[in-house]
Design a protein around this ligand. Structure first.
Ligand code: FAD
Length: 480
């Protein structure tokens, strides 16, 4: 009998399994694919190694979660501290997002007709929100409010929270308006691009504290993992095993049975496992299928279904130089989805093992509404149209990639599902449109007694760091 079976080795499952094993629990981690990481994994095709989805990560600065894991578990995870972290390319301008926020501000201020005072107010607020919320994210215990020292720590920081409180339940669009920036296209485009890949909706709609906080990822511990993020995911599975956890790859869980007297039987491809508790790193719809009707899950499932699927392109290109990440926008007036906006990440000379010398691999992603893919005939036409639009965006904004292309692999959300284990190829994360509902589920609680959900559909949501943090929080609640 296991104390806990963790289903899925995405970053939520990895975080939960590592912390449970470290706390001395008897843990098994079942992963359907033969490699860990889910949306943040690295897979092999035809001798090349591609990052499946996620390509740029935060949490590596001193004191942040990944940095602490790497130090504590002596993980071999080489990093590149890229500068710029990302480059935004549009038809009208190019904006490198440097590691130094002031340098980004100075660049924006130097643009024609820049509302300088408004820009300074916006970035002061953005930094204030980052300073208020990121230290809480860096240390999962802080979110528990379970002890007097923790409550005292928050009480001392209350002036910082007051700066955030005014914007709770309001969209980032209102902040831009407040700062007189609604019509300043360069900042609006930067905010839209960063919001779409983090909080999964345009800036005008995004819950302001989430969006301002997500923008911070460029300036707080962002790094490129050499060899691909799979290096980090693999290192975490070794750490789990070193603490006595069992990591069972290529072991898809088919169903979970609740036992009358308490506990669960987890039916997996390679046999059944008995467990006191289950931590499921799956989408809410899958948990619902296993558990039957449970309060809360249908609403969460609908929120995911109202979100996005990933349309991908994986390229091999000739060329040398450092790794880099590009936010590409074709038409600034059109929505930043469906190929009009793409995130492209290019491996570098230090990414040993991803491509032979003189070649690099590229991961390109864009969003498509899941709703547009429901009818099978429409789905193919929709994905083809998105791929065509993506081609145009790449031709116009990153022609150097297509000119040097030696191989390509296009992927629909269905293909993405094969690479990541993500049902329907859902980008995941519930779009964080403005509203107080975003703060429901701030404190982890089981879906049913003994069954916990982790991953990017539950708080704090999207990104490798957030899901890992969510997994740690659930593990600590269980351990307590
Ligand atoms: C295209 C794209 C680009 C992104 N870019 C970034 C980025 O640059 N930086 C960033 O930080 N974040 C990025 N994200 C977000 C980030 O990747 C995700 O939020 C995060 O990785 C999701 O983690 P998760 O814990 O929800 O698990 P998932 O990644 O969903 O992993 C779940 C795991 O569970 C396994 N599984 C599922 N069902 C079963 C079953 N029945 N039995 C056993 N195993 C099962 C799957 O195979 C998978 O390995 C991106 C996401 C996408 C889609």
């Amino acid at each position: 009998m296991y104390d806990a079976v963790v289903i899925g080795a995405g970053f939520g499952g990895l975080g939960a399994a590592l912390e449970l094993a470290r706390a001395g629990a008897k843990v098994a981690l079942c992963e359907a694919l033969n490699y860990p990481g889910g949306c943040a994994s690295t897979f092999s095709r035809q001798g090349f190694r591609f990052e499946a989805g996620a390509t740029l990560f935060t949490g590596f600065a001193p004191g942040q979660l990944f940095e602490r894991w790497i130090a504590r578990e002596a993980l071999e995870v080489p990093l590149d501290w890229l500068d710029p972290v990302v480059e935004l390319r549009t038809g009208d301008f190019t904006l490198p997002v440097w590691r130094d926020r002031e340098r980004v501000l100075a660049q924006l201020e130097a643009m024609p007709d820049a509302p300088k005072e408004g820009l300074r107010r916006f970035f002061a607020l953005q930094r204030a929100v980052g300073d208020a919320l990121w230290p809480v994210m860096d240390e999962p215990e802080r979110l528990e409010l379970a002890s007097l020292p923790s409550l005292g720590w928050h009480a001392l920081r209350s002036p910082r929270y007051l700066k955030v409180a005014r914007w709770v339940g309001r969209p980032l669009g209102a902040v831009l308006e407040h700062c007189g920036l609604s019509r300043f296209t360069p900042l609006r485009a930067l905010a839209d691009a960063l919001c779409q890949i983090t909080v999964q909706c345009p800036a005008a709609e995004a819950e302001a504290p989430f969006a301002l906080s997500a923008m911070e990822y460029c300036w707080r511990g962002a790094a490129h993992v050499r060899g691909g993020v799979g290096v980090l995911a693999q290192a975490l599975t070794r750490a789990i095993a070193a603490h006595g956890g069992e990591v069972l790859l290529a072991n898809r869980v088919k169903s979970v049975e609740r036992r009358a007297g308490g506990g669960f039987v987890v039916h997996a491809r390679r046999g059944s496992l008995e467990a006191r508790r289950v931590v499921a790193n799956v989408l809410p719809g899958v948990a619902q299928r296993w558990l039957g009707p449970v309060a809360g899950l249908p609403a969460l499932d609908r929120a995911v279904q109202d979100g996005w699927g990933a349309v991908m392109r994986y390229l091999v290109v000739r060329g040398e130089g450092p790794a880099h990440h590009l936010e590409l926008v074709d038409d600034l007036q059109a929505p930043f989805i469906e190929g009009n906006h793409a995130f492209a990440s290019v491996s570098g000379e230090h990414d040993v093992g991803r491509a032979p010398d003189g070649c690099r691999t590229v991961t390109v992603s864009t969003h498509v509404p899941l709703a547009a893919l429901r009818a099978p005939h429409d789905a193919k036409a929709t994905v083809d149209a998105v791929q065509a639009r993506l081609e145009r965006t790449l031709q116009r904004r990153a022609p150097e990639l297509l000119e040097r292309e030696v191989r390509r692999l296009t992927a629909s959300p269905r293909t993405f599902e094969r690479f990541t284990g993500r049902p329907e190829g859902a980008v995941g994360g519930v779009p964080r449109r403005a509203g107080l509902h975003n703060y429901q589920g701030l404190f982890p609680s089981p879906v049913v007694d003994g069954f916990w959900l982790v991953g990017d559909s539950v708080f704090p949501g999207q990104s490798t760091l957030s899901t890992a943090l969510g997994g740690v929080r659930v593990a600590r609640r269980i351990a307590r």
